[in-house]
Design a protein around this ligand. Structure first.
Ligand code: CIR
Length: 281
């Protein structure tokens, strides 16, 4: 051990995504009232582009067929937490989403051969969108969707990493407010809600991180994989776009418009589960 470069924890080989059912238009969960009407065709087109973008990152994408019974099934991130060959099957905090995990469990086990861990406490709720994997440790957001028992289940599933918990208010998930934008780099907006949660994160974490401050709240959710970033386009984040564009080490980046999915509170990380190739012992 100790020879050569440490394995890149943000190098991913596979992703699971789920296509968008018709029920997404009217029955997906939405935080804001009144909800903006969703253009289903446009949502599907943006989702296809998102999948293409993942492929450009060198990721082999497994596309699950749409599931009309689960209007929010496109947001697969919430259904499982996959770190280093182990998959914790979540218990989504919204009851309409509980059934989404079955097909994900089966795909992770049968198609990808991952080690599956189940939550053994039925009081626990976990949405994957509350789980921030920094590459070194795990930060769990205690939100309307994820509770303390859920956070404990995460700590138990990944005993090799430090896990801490932070209270999240004013946002659906922890990762609606911050995400990894690079190794040891957390993107977060300057909004008071985001800064409040960031302060709690900084008090709890074991390692230290650099911070990339963006303007719009939604700009803080980007997808970092295989040395590249996927972020929102200037039409969606006009103030943050130049900040991202001017960052020198962000040469490899893609802007991806997901405006129709944002109407149901989706973000860039929410639409995929990223997976590394498993090394069987
Ligand atoms: C929900 O409320 O569950 C969905 N409409 C949105 C979930 C987005 N998930 C995520 O950002 N991880």
């Amino acid at each position: 051990t100790g020879k050569g470069k440490a394995p890149d924890v943000f190098r991913y080989h596979y992703a699971i995504v789920s296509r968008i059912p018709n029920s997404f238009k009217d029955s997906s969960l939405k935080q804001k009232e009144p909800a903006k009407p969703i253009d289903l065709e446009k949502a599907r087109q943006q989702h296809e582009e998102y999948v293409e973008t993942l492929r450009k990152l060198g990721i082999d994408v497994l596309e699950l067929p749409l599931d009309e019974r689960h209007p929010d099934c496109v947001f697969v991130e919430d259904t499982a937490v996959v770190i280093n060959g182990t998959a914790l099957i979540c218990r989504p905090g919204a009851s309409s989403r509980l059934g989404e995990v079955a097909v994900i469990r089966q795909t992770l086990r049968k198609e990808l051969g991952l080690k599956i861990v189940e939550v053994d406490n039925d009081k626990a709720t976990i949405d994957g969108g509350d789980v921030l994997w920094t590459g070194k440790e795990i930060v769990v957001g205690l939100s309307g969707r994820t509770n303390q028992e859920g956070a404990q289940a995460i700590a138990k599933a990944f005993p090799e990493y430090a896990t801490c918990m932070v209270r999240v208010e004013g946002a659906l998930h922890l990762k609606s407010l911050m995400s990894m934008a690079g190794p040891e780099l957390i993107a977060v907006s300057r909004s008071p809600a985001a800064q409040k949660v960031l302060k709690r994160v900084q008090e709890q974490v074991t390692y230290s991180y650099m911070i990339l401050t963006v303007e719009e709240e939604e700009a803080a959710n980007m997808l970092y994989a295989n040395g590249m970033r996927v972020h929102l386009p200037d039409t969606t984040i006009p103030k943050s776009f130049p900040i991202i564009e001017n960052k020198l080490d962000f040469q490899n980046r893609y802007a991806q418009d997901i405006s129709e999915l944002q109407k149901a509170d989706g973000d860039l990380t929410s639409m995929s589960i990223l997976i590394q190739k498993v090394k069987h012992p």
